[in-house]
Design a protein around this ligand. Structure first.
Ligand SMILES: N[C@@H](CCC(=O)N[C@@H](CS)C(=O)NCC(=O)O)C(=O)O
Length: 204
């Protein structure tokens, strides 16, 4: 099994899952900043040039964080919640959290660093994410795949996007459940090991 990943990006989620489930694997780093994702040999595997990409033990090529996480937990672990709940949480993280970070990360790059729309766009998406963190905070106590205590499919993905929020200089002060979730995650050996391998600091 081989995981193509770029440190700190969404590929951190399946990387954590591989360590949590103790699945033997090879890690291939793709430096997105240096354009490795657009190299022909990688685009042959994923024409979009994105990580994560997992080559399974029977040579199956998988993209999409939610699909890779479900694959790993179904094959090498167990699902903490019914599949439809898992898909619900993973879809929420993917479409309502993950992708709403893009304007904050890449606003300057897309519009130009002096464009006056950049701060306005960043503020809009910050507020949009805040509403969604409130919802996550409310959901966390109810679901086993979202508490970080026993790791389920959605935990490593939620942890990954929470890291981005902190990285952007925001925090989770005032939220009831998210800080405990982050602590639970970072108390796990699999998370500590994966962070060390990707050269990342804990955030909790
Ligand atoms: N829908 C994809 C999104 C993957 C994605 O956005 N990957 C980012 C890193 S977090 C990436 O590779 N970006 C480089 C690019 O889009 O060129 C998934 O769920 O795996």
């Amino acid at each position: 099994m081989k995981l193509y990943a770029c440190p700190g990006t969404c590929s951190l989620a399946p990387h954590i899952a591989l360590h949590e489930l103790e699945v033997e694997h090879e890690l291939e780093l793709v430096n997105l900043m240096k354009g490795d994702g657009q190299k022909p040999e990688f685009r042959e595997l994923n024409p979009l040039g994105q990580v994560p990409l997992l080559v399974g033990e029977h040579g199956e090529v998988l993209t999409e964080v939610p699909a890779i996480l479900i694959y790993l937990f179904q094959q090498y672990g167990q699902m903490d919640v019914p599949l439809y709940q898992s898909v619900r949480h993973l879809s929420f993280i993917s479409s309502e959290l993950h992708k709403n970070f893009y304007p904050q990360f890449f606003g300057k790059q897309i519009l130009g660093k002096d464009d006056p729309s950049v701060p306005k766009l960043a503020q809009h998406f910050k507020e949009r994410l805040e509403k969604r963190w409130e919802y996550v905070d409310y959901l966390l106590p109810a679901f086993d795949d979202l508490d970080g205590a026993s790791m389920g499919t959605a935990d490593p993905y939620l942890y990954t996007v929470c890291r981005w929020w902190i990285k952007l200089g925001h925090n989770f002060d005032g939220y009831e459940s998210i800080p405990g979730f982050l602590k639970n995650m970072e108390s796990r050996e699999s998370v500590q090991k994966t962070l060390a391998l990707e050269g990342l600091e804990p955030i909790a």
